[in-house]
Design a protein around this ligand. Sequence first.
Ligand code: HEC
Length: 167
Amino acid sequence: MLGNKVITTFLVSMLALASLALPLNAAAIDLVTTTDGSPIKIAPELFDTPAAQEFLATGKNPYIGNEDAIKAGKKRFGYYSCTQCHGPEAKGQVGPGLIGPTFRYPKDATNKGMFETIWNGTNGGMGAKGLGLMNPTDPTDGLKPDEVLKIISWIRNEGGNHPSGNE
Ligand code: HEC
């Protein structure tokens, strides 16, 4: 009888431990390239803000509709010359418009999909903008995940949040 109780106590504490560990295990969406669907590997420590961590866990962009993030994203969009190809309002220039509701890559209607496209680029003229990928000779060049999320929040805002990418 005592043995049973010990085993039960043991099992209950294992369950408690497992549920504690669960959020850690669950904290990663699978990011894949837009070029060939292979996995995108980003060092976890680059997700260095609460918003970036939430994105990594859920694929949602917490910056959608956030005015400060939208402002910062607009600045980044200009600074990283997105403007030159996509136009100052992201409505298209040399490159396509980005505000939807339809996209060259349908997955870009989601924030996870658009993040993947911006991070790793496409086969049709859009270069990778993720940190370390943008410039092969300078590993410090490129956007951090948090910056990509802010840029996306600005792009979505330009389109009146249709889509918002989080639905
Ligand atoms: C040198 C020109 C150029 C620059 C700079 C550039 N892009 Fe692009 N981008 C393109 C082209 C061309 C495409 C279409 C690619 C294709 O069809 O494969 C594209 C496609 C995209 C798409 C996919 C659109 C869709 O309909 O699915 C997104 C999102 C995007 N760009 C975001 C950005 C962001 C954000 C930046 C700045 C960090 C940026 N681009 C900088 C040329 C550019």
